[in-house]
Ligand binder design. Structure first.
Ligand SMILES: [Zn+2]
Length: 118
């Protein structure tokens, strides 16, 4: 059975990657509107913004990675980086937690929001 959650860093990275593809596709679509220069310009600008956005996200991932905690997954034995108090193993998607009170509990995205604990 597939686990519903993905490792956060992997999830953000795949979003950034898809943003590049979307940007390229938008610019490609813009070529079809050669006859209308304003429309083509709009498509080109949107495409460039999409790719720029992806670059920003990549830089953000780099910053997050330096703050992420490297742990060895107890399930598959591979090192993985986790964000927040609860995250997924990037290799086998095993739920991981830094908080011993959450140990053994069903993984829940809410554990990452501090307010749910108060
Ligand atoms: Zn693992």
């Amino acid at each position: 059975m597939a686990k519903p959650y993905k490792n956060k860093i992997n999830r953000i990275r795949s979003f950034a990657l898809s943003l590049i593809f979307i940007g390229v596709i938008i610019m490609y679509v813009g070529i079809f509107f050669r006859s209308n220069q304003i429309l083509m310009l709009i498509f080109m600008i949107l495409g460039v913004f999409s790719i720029l956005g992806s670059t920003v996200i990549y830089a953000w991932i780099g910053m997050l990675s330096t703050k992420a905690v490297q742990v060895v997954c107890p399930s598959c034995g591979k090192p993985t980086k986790m964000l927040g108090r609860a995250d997924m193993c990037g290799h086998c998607r095993e739920p991981l937690t830094l908080d011993p009170t959450l140990e053994g509990k069903e993984f829940d995205e809410r554990y990452n929001k501090k307010s749910s604990q108060e």
